[in-house]
Design a protein around this ligand. Structure first.
Ligand code: ZN
Length: 410
């Protein structure tokens, strides 16, 4: 504990881990009944420990179980290591003879396993315990889970061009605080510790979709459960194949290294009124607003372009002011001149059914600025993505986006 868990002496230290085990009925102490407890009865006094120097160990049946079943032992070791000793110190596994036990076994050792599916949160709780309802919380093994429900109040999303996830933090309305689930997320972010990401598609079931690590935290505008605009945390999650760091892709490790825990605040660079006409400040003209947003987007693009070693997060987390500029420019209509008809029905959040897309993809070195972006209805977006004439359409839209951009600034 001293060497690997950064245990300090003191009231809250893990100085008496065995006592917690004794209380949980997992550890048996020879002459335990002779020990004198501290005045609050929380643990034995040092003096009495010195006097009796009790021997102890696992309960006989537990010891036999772990001896006879390496899978059970691996599961216990993997769970404890992930919970208390992450990031894993280089020599810990070897020094304790756990290396052989765990090599290639991490993923299988920990339950639930990837892909396990449950009808609802209640069923997960019955199988694996822990907290029952919050969107962010630990299962009984103490390892953090982030739950994403497409029918729920949070607008979590996959970031285009990557499989990364922008996960909206805890807090149903009003500005969020670093408490509860957000506090746990911040701890995991600081430690680079893997968490479980659960996803429930619309009308589907909850499944343990992937292990993930947090590579960034941002502030964005979003609507609370009360439909009012408020700031939200967006935790940028990078999926990883297993909780074992050795299996993580290089670009994920780079993003973790690059992350200093800074909160990137995007809420200065656009207003709720830029994406929601009902929240609009009428004293500002459309042209002024478009110019303001474009300037912010271009300044952000320039700053990101100057990074010596941009991480995946820097390259693919889309700029909120650029998107807001295009939403304003579109006035709620599909911008494709070949549009066969744009459905006017609004989304449940009250927004036009529009997708803001890059004409030249970010993955192909396209810029994250309004003149390279276009607002499309779902039909036109599908034509641009999958249509047999998509290359021709893309060239047309490239010219249209530049023209609409110039018009909006005129
Ligand atoms: Zn259209």
């Amino acid at each position: 504990m001293e060497k690997y868990a950064q245990v300090e002496d003191g009231a809250d230290g893990a100085r008496y881990p065995f006592w917690a085990l004794v209380r949980d009925d997992l550890w048996v102490l020879d002459r335990g009944e002779d020990l004198v407890l501290t005045s609050r009865g929380q643990r034995p006094t040092l003096e009495s420990l010195d006097r009796f120097d009790p021997a102890g160990g696992l309960r006989e049946d537990d010891y036999s179980l772990l001896q006879a079943h390496p899978e059970a032992a691996a599961s216990v070791a993997a769970g404890l290591i992930l919970r208390y000793f992450y990031p894993l110190p280089p020599n810990l596994l070897r020094e304790f003879g756990l290396h052989e036990l765990l090599t290639g076994r991490w993923a299988d050792a920990l339950r639930p396993q990837l892909g396990e599916t449950f009808k609802d949160r209640d069923a997960i709780w019955r199988a694996y315990g822990g907290q029952k309802m919050a969107g962010i919380g630990c299962l009984a093994d103490g390892i953090l889970s982030a739950f994403s429900d497409e029918k729920g109040p949070y607008n979590d999303s996959r970031i285009p061009d990557t499989n990364w996830i922008a996960y909206v933090g805890d807090g149903l309305s009003g500005d969020p605080k670093i408490t509860d689930g957000n506090e746990l997320m911040a701890e995991y972010q600081a430690a680079g510790r893997p968490l479980r990401y659960w996803h429930k598609p619309y009308q589907g079931q909850f499944s343990f979709e992937t292990w993930a690590v947090i590579t960034q935290r941002r502030f964005r505008w979003g609507r609370g459960a009360d439909k009012e605009w408020r700031r939200e945390f967006h935790w940028i999650l990078a999926p990883v194949p297993s909780p074992e760091r050795e299996t993580w892709p290089a670009d994920v490790l780079e993003a973790l290294d690059a992350d200093t825990g800074t909160l990137y605040d995007d809420t200065d660079s656009y207003h709720p009124g830029d994406v929601d006409p009902k929240a609009r400040d009428t004293s500002e003209s459309d042209e002024d607003a478009y110019r303001r947003l474009t300037q912010n987007a271009e300044a952000n693009a320039k700053r990101r372009g100057q990074l010596k070693k941009p991480s995946l997060a820097d390259r693919f987390v889309r700029d909120a002011s650029a998107r807001a500029a295009v939403i304003r420019r579109s006035k709620g209509d599909c911008e494709s001149p070949e549009c066969a008809g744009h459905p006017k029905e609004l989304t449940t959040a009250g927004n036009p059914i529009l997708q803001v897309d890059h004409v030249q993809d970010l993955a192909k070195e396209g810029s994250d600025v309004p003149w390279n972006m276009i607002a499309l209805c779902p039909n036109c977006h599908a034509l641009k993505t999958y249509g047999v004439n998509r290359e021709k359409l893309r060239r047309l839209l490239a010219a249209v986006a530049k023209r609409l951009h110039a018009q909006a600034l005129r």
